[in-house]
Write a protein that binds this ligand. Structure first.
Ligand code: NAD
Length: 348
């Protein structure tokens, strides 16, 4: 970089946004983060951090001042438990966030904007079997996303396309498939399956009650991608000249039962699975990475086992602290500075 590129990361207080800020700082960018909250589990490395609500135009406008590249990650979101029960809130809030973010990037003269879409845009009718055919980018139409969350993502994908066609804003669109890792929401109702599984198994290990609740029969399938691969993929797509939506995920399909077994193995305990009713989302979902490989000459590198090991280690420490069992001196549950030191060691 000749001149230091100025990046805006929206949702910088969230899981992927916080990791992306760290990654961009290491690459030499000047970074402004914006979010309604600061990161919960570590300090941010952003040069500037605005605590602001992007549903308000004046906040989006202020955030986009003097910015070259926008990474649009802010969203009102969570795991299946949240997404399947808050349709109006999600569609309302995320529409406002994204309408404002794109317009602010355009009006303030940003060169590029990367939008974080989701595998939730894919039609329900292609995801009815656990042994699902991997989803290619063009499978998205005829559209029938399962939830309001997916519909909003699809509309914002269209908005990105039109902002390029009508205004010349260089947009990039990535469709994440289940990103997981340390420093993400792991309890409280918005956590996603890998974090929830790590939490349940950590509590099982720490309390001695080895019964784990699983929503449905546990035979629903997904692929899971570790967050370090996710930020590398974001960076590669942003640097590319590819303007169409692109999958970003692993293409190894596992059942939720297998996910539980891998985490239990990492924790070193035997578990008993108890199947209870609960939202499961589509029956099966996997990423077809053919285009990802063609466009980026790369695909995610970190194995599910290795990613889960790093994630489990972090969540076990959170659970230990919550249960009042902290004391091994790795900083978790201590001051934010101590937690940041621990978090940064996890991010090396
Ligand atoms: P996250 O919930 O940890 O981060 C999103 C952040 O947006 C949060 O910190 C939240 O406070 C912030 N936010 C919400 N409303 C806001 C508002 N009105 N103004 C400003 N900030 C606001 O989620 P994440 O997992 O880091 O996801 C980042 C992006 O990637 C989201 O757009 C999400 O939809 C997308 N995505 C994530 C996954 C995944 O598996 N994690 C999968 C598909 C898509």
């Amino acid at each position: 970089m000749s001149k230091q590129t100025r990046a805006l990361v929206t949702g910088a207080g969230g899981f992927i946004g916080n990791h992306l800020v760290t990654f961009l700082k290491k690459q030499g960018y000047w970074v402004r983060g914006v979010d309604v909250k600061r990161p919960e589990y570590s300090n941010t490395l952003a040069d500037e951090f605005l605590v602001a609500d992007l549903r308000k135009w004046e906040n989006a406008d202020a955030a986009a001042q003097d910015i070259d590249h926008v990474y649009a990650l802010a969203a009102d979101m969570g795991g299946m438990g949240f997404i399947s029960t808050h349709h109006a809130q999600i569609l309302h809030n995320n529409s406002l966030i994204n309408l404002n973010t794109l317009e602010a990037a355009h009006q303030n003269g940003a060169q590029k904007l990367l939008y974080t879409s989701s595998a939730c845009v894919y039609p329900e009718y292609l995801q009815e079997d656990a042994d699902v055919k991997p989803l290619k980018e063009e499978d998205v139409y005829p559209a029938q996303p399962q939830d309001a969350y997916g519909w909003e993502k699809l509309v914002t994908e269209r908005l990105c396309k039109h902002y390029f066609e009508d205004y010349g804003l260089e947009t990039r669109t990535v469709r994440f498939h289940n990103i997981f890792g340390p420093l993400g929401t792991w309890d409280g109702g918005r956590e996603k399956a890998p974090a929830a599984m790590c939490r349940k198994i950590a509590y099982a290990k720490l309390t001695g009650n080895h019964e784990i609740e699983i929503w449905g029969d546990g035979e629903q399938t997904r692929s899971f991608c570790y967050v370090d691969d996710c930020v590398v993929g974001i960076d590669k797509l942003m640097r590319s000249d590819y303007r169409e939506p692109l999958n970003l995920g692993q293409d190894r399909l596992v059942t939720i039962n297998q996910l539980a077994d891998i985490v239990a193995n990492i924790a070193g305990i035997e578990i008993t699975k108890k199947y209870i009713p609960g939202p499961q989302g589509v029956r099966g979902r996997n990423s077809d990475n053919t285009r990802l490989r063609e466009v980026l000459h790369w695909e995610p590198q970190i194995s599910l086992e290795e990613g889960l090991r790093r994630t489990y280690e972090w969540i076990e420490e959170q659970a230990r602290y919550k249960l009042g069992m902290n004391g091994n001196g790795n900083g978790t549950g201590q001051s934010l500075e101590a937690r940041t030191t621990f978090a940064n060691s996890m991010r090396e």
